[in-house]
Design a binder for this molecule. Structure first.
Ligand code: HPA
Length: 271
């Protein structure tokens, strides 16, 4: 059996049998968002053959199926990052498994640093586009023409609109921005943060981009929301730290949960 089929079968055998169309990936410190799910069924990544076991504190490592507002949703709580083992395609199998379970729409969440003085820590930001100058693509090594994935509108405009209207309904402030991918795990230098701003970024972070590329390769529609946990190095405030990232993400996860609850609980938000 193909690896993906094996993982999807293991998920179904554990009770994830709904006709899931939509899924959510939760980033650092954002695992409390899982509490949104009604009738949750949790499957640890360790029970899903080929799934990575995330080694970062603040990441859960569990696939949860449930409902939000009656609508079936799958949640990947915990992600693997490039910086863990140098594998930029570490999330390929989990995302392929979502697609095999029926998922068509994927919403990614993450924590991020802000390089935009108007976008302060504690805020939420819908990601509209990204910059990836790392030289890394999860599609390197893939044979065939399908690897030449176009990334115009990689962040589906209708999902971004849906996320904004869900934020408005939930009374949660939410900006709009461009995310620049840094490989980590070290934080950026002050010069890199200045460069990111000059190049057109609002946010910097160590995830999202490989997942967007994989998801587009799989034909999924993608949306993404970042929780701003700090200003980038050299901007206001103390130097970024993982403790601060986790603490701020936890504190902000209630607002993010309200936004996502509106988005997923109301299929109309996609249109
Ligand atoms: N840089 C990179 N990734 C991050 C940051 C940051 O400042 N904050 C949260 N994730």
């Amino acid at each position: 059996m193909e690896r993906v089929e094996e993982a999807a079968k293991a998920a179904r055998d554990r009770g994830l049998t709904e006709p899931y169309r939509r899924a959510l990936v939760l980033g650092t410190g954002l695992s409390p968002v899982v509490d949104l799910l009604e009738d949750p069924i949790s499957v640890p990544y360790s029970a899903l053959p080929g799934f990575p076991v995330p080694g970062v504190t603040g990441h859960g490592g569990v696939l949860v199926g449930g409902r939000i507002g009656g609508e079936p949703v799958l949640v990947l709580s915990g992600r693997s990052h490039f910086y863990e083992a140098g594998d930029v395609a570490a999330m390929r199998l989990p995302l392929e498994t979502l697609a095999a379970l029926g998922v068509e729409t994927l919403v990614l969440t993450c924590s991020a640093g802000s390089v935009n003085p108007d976008l302060a820590p504690g805020g939420l930001c819908v990601i509209r586009d990204h910059i990836n100058l790392t030289g890394l693509s999860p599609l390197v090594g893939e044979p065939g023409d399908a690897r030449f994935v176009p990334l115009g509108d990689a962040y589906a405009p209708e999902i971004a609109r849906g996320l904004h209207s869900a934020a408005a309904d939930a009374g949660v402030a939410c900006a709009d921005g461009v995310y620049m991918f840094f490989p980590g795990p070290n934080f950026e230098t002050a010069a890199e943060i200045r460069a990111a701003r000059i190049l057109g970024a609002d946010l910097v972070g160590m995830s999202v981009v490989p997942e967007v590329v994989i998801a587009r390769r799989l034909g999924l529609s993608v949306g993404a929301v970042a929780m701003v946990t700090n200003f980038g190095t050299g901007l206001a405030g103390a130097a970024p730290s993982h403790d601060e990232t986790k603490r701020m993400a936890r504190e902000g996860s209630a607002a993010l949960a309200r936004l996502l609850s509106r988005f997923f609980g109301n299929g109309e938000h996609e249109h």
